[in-house]
Design a protein around this ligand. Structure first.
Ligand code: PLP
Length: 425
């Protein structure tokens, strides 16, 4: 693709790079991949590309080959690689203060919480680090709320979750996964979860009883392949949870922060959950930052000593997240995602029946089901890579496209051309 040599996007290599062998000779991609295979746990199956530097929508490998990043770190890079405002915020904070622990206050935390309240329309923030920790925290808060406020008998609280969910990798979180690969060999599992089909309000209604603490769902299921529920589903979950005095927890870790054309995906149905889980893009692709943001009366079930994290709310993370919130404040990125999403969808529509069985798209986010006749998702990802485009398969035959929201229309059009050539060629 021609844009891979676009001079505007040329990035210069830092002088000192940690890619050399002990002897001093630079190591090739092949050598680094071999060394990774020896020295790292095999819990991932990466595409065979070794990225050494990046800027905006572009990454460059050890040999200097350039690729357009259409995965964006599973939406952790919504603002592209090394967005200048985010890098500046990180640099400035590095020179001032990086960690205090929550044993003391730090001067960045209040602004971070105020920003999240403004962004979500909720009141109170619990800062954590990874997405899975935000999910775990949301579960703990919901259970405690169920016992202390709703009056559920001790240790009887249940949380309703959806089939096909992805909420992270901790033992409790995989306990309610429905993906055998995520669970096999990791039991015994945490009880207290009821799995219902996704996009099925009647199933939620049937599962709700006096033990229900919360309904925990992704407004759009990302890992499942960008599965979008019918209009009315999120509003229905809101109505069912309100009517049964249980909490609505929206996991917006992947769907939130601009990806779908709105700040939060629940905004498409004008819904305010009781707890919103954020992560991924909240750290600007620089540091891990996650949060539970929720209603004051619910969050207040946590009292000193009952929950915490050494790095949660550290000033470096808060400063970067504050800058991320600053980028989202103008609505510019949400509008870009909505506009470029129409471009993406117009490009995907003609592919149905020509290498693509079907696709689902909202904002700058699409899941494309590849016709098995033309190859597996992995094979298509490798063919895209050979043409200078990085994307990853999920669940065998689905390719997820989630470019940085900073991508230009021209870059996106080129990317669609590459996808078209790859699936029809
Ligand atoms: C990625 C993701 C998580 C887990 O986040 P980690 O930072 O990888 O722990 C949880 N929920 C959703 C919806 C996600 O996409």
């Amino acid at each position: 693709m021609t844009t891979t040599t676009n001079a505007q996007n040329t990035v210069t290599a830092p002088a000192d790079r940690n890619t050399t062998a002990p002897g001093g000779a630079p190591r090739s991609s092949a050598e680094l991949i071999r060394a990774e295979e020896t020295g790292l746990a095999h819990n991932y199956h990466p595409l065979p590309v070794v990225i050494a530097r990046a800027e905006g929508s572009w990454v460059e490998d050890v040999e200097g080959r350039r690729y357009l990043d259409m995965l964006s770190g599973y939406s952790a890079l919504n603002f592209g690689h090394r967005h200048p405002a985010l890098v500046r915020a990180a640099h400035e904070q590095l020179d001032l203060l990086t960690l205090t622990s929550r044993a003391f206050h730090n001067d960045r935390l209040a602004g971070f919480a105020e920003g999240l309240a403004e962004l979500t329309g909720l009141d109170v923030t619990l800062p954590m680090n990874t997405g899975a920790e935000a999910v775990e925290s949301g579960i703990k808060i919901a259970r405690k709320w169920a016992y202390e406020v709703k009056g559920v008998p001790r240790d009887q609280a249940t949380i309703i979750v959806a089939d096909g969910n992805f909420h992270g990798r901790t033992t409790t979180v995989v306990s309610f996964s429905t993906d055998p690969t995520a669970r096999e060999g990791f039991g015994p599992f945490t009880p207290g979860f009821r799995v219902v089909p996704y996009n099925d309000l009647a199933a939620i209604e049937a599962a709700i009883d006096e033990t229900t603490a919360a309904v925990l769902i992704e407004p759009i299921q990302g890992e499942a392949g960008v599965v979008i529920p019918d209009d009315g589903y999120l509003a229905g979950v809101r109505q069912l949870t309100r009517a049964s005095n249980s909490l609505f927890i929206a996991d917006e870790i992947q769907s939130g922060l601009g990806r779908t054309g709105r700040t939060l995906a629940v905004e498409h149905e004008n819904v305010t959950p009781d707890l919103v889980l954020l992560g991924k893009a909240l750290g600007g692709g620089i540091v891990p930052v996650s949060a539970v943001v929720g209603r004051r009366d619910v969050m207040s079930v946590l009292r000193p000593g009952e929950h915490g994290s050494t790095f949660g709310g550290n000033p470096l993370a808060a400063a970067v997240a504050d800058a991320v919130i600053g980028l989202l404040r103008t609505g510019e990125f949400q509008e870009r995602a909505a506009h470029l999403g129409t471009v993406l969808e117009a490009g995907l529509r003609p592919l149905v029946g020509k290498g693509v069985l079907r696709y689902r798209a909202r904002g700058l986010w699409a899941g494309i089901d590849i016709d098995p006749a033309i190859g597996t998702g992995r094979e298509i990802s490798e063919r895209l890579m050979a043409r200078g485009l990085l994307a990853k398969d999920t669940h065998g035959s689905t390719i997820r496209l989630a470019p940085p929201l900073t991508i230009t229309e021209e870059e996106l059009t080129d990317a669609i051309a590459v996808v078209t050539e790859t699936v029809t060629g």
